[in-house]
Design a protein around this ligand. Structure first.
Ligand code: ADP
Ligand code: ADP
Length: 231
């Protein structure tokens, strides 16, 4: 069974006095368990809207979203076990890194949280945040902040992980290191993941398959080799 399936997914933004925007226009996609899909496409093609609908941060206009075979399109975000690391999905400034990570677990049902401090320590170790667990977001570099976002998504052991430009704020050297770390995390934890990126190298090194979006639909879908070698 597919870990994540999008069926004829659609989103039309309507606001008074402005023309409607068909941001996503009938998107079909199916991800195998543990697969990492790279989602590419020009700005405005509907990538963020798609991720927000999967996460439950945006209502769908039509179609369905299935996680592990069950429809979640009508469920609120808290009732979907989706981990998100979005650029504008801010960390909570008054909370320390450890508290921000523990906050990621609050989205889980109480009985399924387990030992919070052990999980925080484990995930911090995995993404290299152990030394800054007591710091507040304002004191972190942008690379560290991105790691906290990633760790906060991972700590929930999500059914699906959504990453929107997870390396965008890093310089070239950090990007290299973090990309390798992401690859290791993906190998060890095997989350079903959609990764939005503009970076061809990132897509090539991390993605099992690549979907290229244009004007709200998927225009091309294939292995990185097929996508980048096609004329
Ligand atoms: P991408 O992530 O690929 O840049 P988006 O999903 O952000 O694309 O946007 C897709 C289209 O929907 C764009 O035309 C954008 O302007 C529009 N859009 C995105 N969010 C909103 C919104 N909240 N209200 C109205 N239009 C929106
Ligand atoms: P992204 O590519 O990350 O979506 P954008 O600049 O397109 O970045 O969007 C940033 C925010 O602005 C998003 O939350 C989106 O919902 C909102 N937004 C984008 N386009 C529009 C629009 N045309 N009208 C209203 N809100 C929009």
């Amino acid at each position: 069974m597919a870990a994540l399936e999008l069926r004829e997914l659609r989103k039309t933004y309507r606001s008074r006095g402005r023309p409607a925007v068909d941001a996503v226009r009938g998107l079909d996609l199916s991800l195998e368990p543990g697969e990492l899909l790279g989602l590419l496409g020009p700005s405005g093609c509907g990538k963020s809207t798609t991720l927000r609908m999967i996460a439950g941060l945006e209502a769908v206009t039509g179609g369905d979203i299935l996680v592990g075979g069950a429809s979640v399109a009508g469920r609120p975000a808290q009732q979907r076990n989706i981990g998100v690391a979005f650029e504008n999905y801010a960390l909570y400034p008054p909370l320390t890194v450890a508290e921000n990570l523990a906050f990621g677990l609050k989205a889980r049902p109480r009985g399924r949280r387990g030992d919070v401090s052990r999980k925080v320590a484990e995930i911090a170790e995995r993404v290299g945040l152990t030394d800054v667990l007591g710091a507040r977001p304002a004191g972190l570099s942008s690379g560290q902040k991105q790691r906290v976002s990633l760790a906060r998504a991972l700590i929930r052991e999500p059914d699906v992980l959504l990453l929107d430009e997870p390396l965008s704020h890093l310089d070239a050297a950090q990007r290299d290191t973090t990309r390798r770390e992401l690859k290791r995390i993906q190998r060890d934890l095997g989350h079903t993941t959609i990764l939005v990126t503009h970076d061809q190298e990132e897509a090539l090194s991390l993605a099992d398959r690549i979907a290229v979006m244009k004007d709200g639909v998927i225009q091309q879908l294939g292995t990185p080799y097929e996508i980048y070698d096609s004329p």
